[in-house]
Every structure is written in structure tokens, then in C-alpha cells.
Design a protein. Sequence first.
Length: 487
Amino acid sequence: MRRARLSLSLLPILLCAAVAQNATDRVIAEAQKPSALEVNLQQLTDQVGGRVPGTPAMQKAVDWGVASFKAAGADSVHTESFAIQASWAEGATKMTVVAPDQFTLRAVSIAWTPALAPQTHIPIVDVAQGTEADFARAANIAGAILLVHTEEMHTWDDLFAEYLKAPGIIDRAVKARALAIAFQSTRPHDLLYRHTNAGDGEIDRLPMVLVAREDAGRVARLLASGQKLYADLSIPNTVGGPIHAANVVAELRGSEKPDEFVILGAHLDSWDLGTGALDNGCNAALVVDALRAIKASGVRPQRTIRFILFSGEEEGMVGSHSYTNSHGAELDKIAGVVIFDSGIGRVTGFSLGGRRDIMNAATTLVAPLKSLDASTLTTDADWGTDNFDFLLQGVPTFVANQEEANYLLNYHAMSDTFDKVDLAELRKHVVEAAALTIGLANAPAAPGPRLHHAQIEQTLVETHLADQLKTFGMWNDWESGKRGRKD
């Protein structure tokens, strides 16, 4: 009798688990069917192209997002406007060594940096890696163009190092009254790309250019030989006042808990040298196709799912920061946020943003992905994509962990174009995104609670994300409550 009573008490749980698994299986099956994924991505990359906030191309991308979500079957679609501190566009950047010999360097402006009127016969000073010791060894920095060496990039750690080193170099250059900084490209074969070192859409403190790796190497060798080099430099960037950008938000309304939410998101904006295919057009198209798969499967999510294409990610996650600010009253009701932002390298699983407390629940949620080898969970946390402000608000986040594949070479570069996308792998990622999202939407409970300020701070310290925030000058905003959860 006792065993019979135990079995009966477990029956509702087992039935719920079976229903949930059946729903996930249906979504997975639908996600594998032919769709408009390739056509959508080609429209976004080949027809719209690079998508910088404040440009006509960005508005076309927003229109693309609205139309694509509607075609995919969303219950509703709308845009949410927000402000970015300044507009920015590159002019015809030109850097030429003029003495003792003359040759032109391939160079582009670092994004969101001030313009520099044409300057002639400016000394170039090599500051090696730009450390404090390197600056101390350099002479006559004031008024000079500073050449900063870089290591060639091969790994995720190399990419993060490029960002993490920049703030200190800029601080030292400003203090030394340098005219401008010329960073050596981390990519070979004259490949140029676009970064910004500004953290929140503001114009940076100093004119900066990125110089082709081979050209920078030539300059470094000439300087090392004892020659004094002088250059003409012009950076005619167009800088303007605040601009409006927009996130695109689509919904599938929850059937049982419509006031609770799950978010599947990716950023829609990109840089302008290439067409933003790997970063992050493929994942914008993924979000649209995941909506299509869930809707077409006939599975009704119990919680509302919001599919969001964030704008302004490249300028410091401005769009997702704005979203958490404007939806503050709903943050307690978000069961989880899923973000894809690393091209088409194989998904190995998901980062939980330091949330060890949700490991058990998350293990259940990713169980359907074991057959795809995409169920490994990690508890690391990083600054750099649209989960960041949700993490600072204590909301559970799931960021796809992906192998590098061809992402790093083409990251922000001229070569980031449609032909670099492995469409078969991208279709697999749609399956993974849709399965995790519907799992979160239909789970009996959220994987974990929303954390409070002290708990979030403990997570930031444990994952060393606090160190990154300090490097990027964001720690004071966190401590003061300007960014992230206050209580």
C-alpha cells in the first residue's frame, strides 16, 4: 500500500515530465525542417549590410526584424526605442609615413573616437605593448602617434585580452598627452576590423586607429633600427549628438503563466567594414527561426516567450541595458535569458553566469541537447554580450558556449560576410536554442530565484567579473546602483 501511494503521488510529476519532453521533441522536430533561415540571413547581410546604430542600414535592419518576426508567426511584434549618447561614422581615415621615406599604411579609425583634423609630420613613438613599463621607457610621447604592438589572435582569451589591455593604454596615453594611438591589428594578411573601447556609447578620449598588422610590423622594425619616423594622419570622423536606436521584440504569449517570461535574444547591430554575418547576423536569424519552429510545432508555451533583437550591443550593450531599465518591474518574473553571440562554432553547452545554484535545474533543461553534444554547463561569467545587464539584475542567464571555428579571424572584420556562415551548423543551433527556450517556458518552476545585490556581487567576485568591471570603469556604477540591481 505504501508503495502504491508513493507511485500515485509521483504520477502527476511523471506525467508533467512526459508532456514537457513531448513538447520539446515536437519543437526539435519542427526546428529541423526547411525554413526561411538562409533567405533571412542573406537579406540581412547582403542586402542590408553592416548595421551601425544611427545609420539608414540600422533602420533597415530593424524593419527586417519586424517583418521577419511577423512572417515567422509571432503573436505580436513591436520596437522599443532608446538613446545612445552620440552618433559616429568614419570618414576617409589616412595615415602615411612621410619621412625618412614615404609609404601609406592601411588603417581605419577605432569606433566612437573623436575626429582628428589633418596633422602633418608627426613623430611615431613605439610603446611596445603599452604597459606602464613600456611607457616609462619611451621618450617624447607628448604630441606623438603611439604605436602599440599586439599578439596575433588565436583564442577567446586572446580576444578578451585585446579589450582588457586597451583601457590602461588609453589612460597612459591621455596622461602623457599623446596625439593619437595606432594599434596593430591582431589579424594577419592586412585584415582590418572595427572595435570600440568606449563602454556606454560615449565618444572616447583620444583619436585612435587600427593599422594593418604587416604595416605596423614594418614601422616597428624601422623604428627599432634607429630611424625616426614621421607621419601625416587624418581621421575625419563624423560625430554627432544623441541618437535613437531600437530593440525589436516579438512574443509568443504564454498559455498558463502569461505574466512570466523567457527571453531568447541576439544583437541585431554590427560593425560596418563587413556585413555582420558571424557577428551577429546568423544569430539574429536564429532567433527568428526559433520563434518559427516553436509556433509551427503547435506547442503553446506556458510562460510568455519574448524573442528580442537588441541594438547597440557593439557600443556597450546599450540596448539590453536600456531594456532592463525600462522593464524593471518585470525582472522578478523572468525565468531565464538565453543569448547567442559567437558565430557558428559548435555549441558545447551554456554558461550560467556564475550561478552554481541553478546547476541542477539547468542540467535538466539541457538534457534534450545531449544527443547534439551541447549539454555541458559552465559557471563562468564574462562582460561583453547582452546577458550582462540581466546578470547584473540577478536574472538567470544562459549564454551559448561555442568553439572558435572561423569566428575570431573574421570578428568585426572586412571578411565577416555571408559566405563565412556554415548554414548546416546554424540550423543545428536553431534546434538547440528552440529546445532550451521551450524547456524554460514550460518548466514547472524557474531554474532559480532572482538574486539580490549582495548575492550578485558575491558572484561577480567569485567569477572575477568584478575585475573586468573595474578595468572598464564600470565598478563604481555597480556599487552606486547606477547599473544593476540596487537592493
